[in-house]
Design a protein around this ligand. Structure first.
Ligand code: ZN
Length: 379
């Protein structure tokens, strides 16, 4: 950032949870012996060195669990729930372990949250409910979940051994990374653009969310390169710890409490790098025609639609505390096929899409920062 000429480049310290995956495996024992691709879920406890060997029961939904709750004691529960959208399907990954533990389940598996890939398991965070026994949890590929379903439907017993070294260590030092182009007239009024700098430990985090970070940073670099200094300050924030704690977003809120009232708008890019498809906007209705007009400048690259709502996990805490208008940078692609997997590498990013996304963010952020009036204060 310093090399690119950004101003006030700094690290803002945040302590983050340190979850360590360790070695992990699933060995199918019956009906045949075979290793199954898997990824432990973030925040999971481990199994102990001996592992957990048990029969598997496959369930299709939480309703199915309710119907068959007497059958899960002593078993490894697999939720085989086909992907609809992230918000819906992720509930099984996030809350499944604490739903089945009180019924005596010894571990939980979830069909990977995402479209069927190439036998690609997806990790991601789980959240244990307070006061409920913590059992180990992992994701298996859709192909294996469907296969276990077929075996169960035919009455074939499934038995496997889950071994996970997963554990927490003491909180670790991390940082939000911040750089700016200072405003020429109203430098204390701030437009934030950014993404999250952390990623899951598998893959490289290129799509989730390296691409969103770089596109946001590049947007500010473009303004500097073109000698376009807007009226207000545009600040790029690369948040830490989105994936297993949101401590970066919470830290930004806490460290910038005094200037939240001066935040005009916060935008997050955390949908991967695909073709730009517009922006979601959540804020005063008065601001909507303004962002719609700005969006129309981006019609040639398809980034003109303004959707009914938009925010992001990292900007959420500050935006809520400061009642700040938010935008989500929206793209059109198969993010959930890639993110949280070994396949999240730079090979999935194309330079043209990266350029288009940087342009879309640059135009929206620059014009909002340069408006003669404050976004949302239109008559
Ligand atoms: Zn993300």
């Amino acid at each position: 950032m310093k090399k690119d000429g950004l101003e006030n480049v700094r690290k803002e310290p945040v302590m983050v949870p340190k979850w360590v995956r360790g070695r992990e495996s699933i060995e199918l024992i019956a009906p045949i012996a075979q290793s199954i691709p898997m990824l432990g879920l973030g925040n999971s406890v481990g199994t102990g060195a001996a592992g957990i060997e048990a029969d598997v029961i496959v369930l299709g939904s939480f309703d199915d669990l309710e119907t068959r709750k007497a059958q899960v004691a002593g078993k490894i529960v697999l939720f085989n729930v086909p992907f609809t959208n992230y918000g819906q399907t992720v509930a099984y990954r996030a809350t499944g372990p604490s739903r089945v533990a009180p019924l005596g389940a010894v571990a939980m598996l979830v069909r990977s949250v995402g479209p069927t890939g190439l036998r690609t398991p997806h990790t991601g965070a789980l959240t244990y409910a307070d006061g409920v026994k913590q059992i180990p949890a992992a994701a298996i590929p859709a192909e294996d979940a469907d296969r276990f379903q077929r075996l169960q439907d035919r009455g074939v017993p499934i038995r496997l051994k889950l071994t996970m070294e997963a554990h927490f260590e003491a909180d670790a030092q991390s940082y939000n990374v911040v750089g700016e182009i200072r405003g020429r007239e109203l430098p204390n009024e701030i437009i934030v653009v950014g993404g999250h700098f952390d990623s899951w430990d598998v893959g490289a985090g290129a799509s989730d969310d390296g691409g969103g970070c770089v596109a946001s940073w590049e947007a500010v670099r473009l303004m500097l390169k073109l000698n376009l200094r807007p009226r207000r300050t545009v600040r790029v924030v690369l948040f830490t710890n989105e994936e297993n704690g949101t401590r970066g977003g919470n830290g930004y809120r806490d460290q910038h409490q005094a200037e939240l009232a001066n935040h005009v708008m916060m935008m997050e890019s955390d949908g991967g790098v695909f073709d730009p498809a517009g922006f979601g906007y959540t804020g005063p209705d008065n601001g909507r025609p303004t962002v719609t007009t700005i969006g129309s400048l981006l019609k040639s690259i398809g980034a003109d639609p303004i959707l009914a709502a938009g925010s992001g996990a990292d900007i959420g805490p500050a935006a809520t505390a400061g009642k700040i208008p938010t935008m989500a940078h929206v793209v059109n692609g198969d993010y959930f096929l890639i993110h949280h997997t070994q396949a999240d590498t730079i090979a999935r990013i194309t330079p043209k899409q990266m350029s288009d996304n940087s342009a879309a963010i640059a135009v929206m952020a620059y014009v909002v920062a340069d408006l003669p009036w404050r976004l949302g204060a239109e008559k």
